[in-house]
Design a protein around this ligand. Structure first.
Ligand code: 5GP
Length: 182
């Protein structure tokens, strides 16, 4: 079986992702010069994005991870955000860039931002590969570094999964309905 056959259409190609990561990474390098930011990736979906993005951030930086989940295997956000891994670094006084795969309702990131604020970092900004603004249910979320705006469709690839599959696809695509209606 070939996972590519389950994709109805490709929304963002690998070449587009690479080019946009270069732009965002170069901008982050300018904005954070001498600040040694912490790239705080949300597991597991943001790993391909943070890997590509960080190649283009040519200033000193550190990596850390956190795990927050709200989908629990389905195709729509539940609003119940479960945090299961907290950052290992000391965040007090540090410049934190949260790295996310996609912002949908915004519940996940607003929960994560609230938790991170309690560590008293010097600043918190958000970098997301994708944004689905038409689905937003919280209104105080600012995504400083956004890759692409996508329509309100369930997407997979470049870290995004359906039941833990499809994360390794090198592009972002829409799954055929018959896959999740099975
Ligand atoms: P939010 O809390 O903003 O509604 O959802 C954020 C999380 O929901 C993302 O980190 C991602 O795990 C998941 N998510 C939202 N939209 C999609 C989508 O279209 N496809 C996949 N695979 N996951 C999504």
């Amino acid at each position: 079986m070939n996972l590519n056959n389950d994709i109805k259409k490709i929304l963002v190609t690998n070449e587009q992702i690479e080019a946009r990561c270069k732009e965002l990474g170069e901008q982050i390098a300018i904005d954070y010069e001498d600040k040694k930011p912490i790239l705080l990736s949300l597991l597991r979906g943001s790993i391909p994005f943070v890997t590509t993005l960080s190649k283009y951030i040519s200033i000193p930086l550190e990596f850390d991870y956190m795990k927050a989940s709200s989908y629990h295997g389905g195709t729509s956000s539940t609003g119940n955000v479960a945090i299961s891994v907290l950052p290992a670094s000391k965040l007090e006084g540090r410049h934190v860039i949260i790295v996310e795969d996609i912002v949908d309702t915004g519940f996940t990131l607003s929960t994560v931002v609230k938790i991170l604020k309690s560590y008293n970092p010097a600043s918190i900004e958000i970098a997301s590969l994708l944004d689905k603004p038409s689905m937003r249910k919280v209104d105080d979320l600012k995504i400083k570094y956004n890759g692409f705006v996508v329509p309100a469709e369930f997407v997979v690839g470049y870290g995004l999964d359906y039941n833990e599959l499809y994360r390794q696809l090198p592009y972002v695509g829409v799954l055929k309905e018959e896959i999740y209606n099975k």
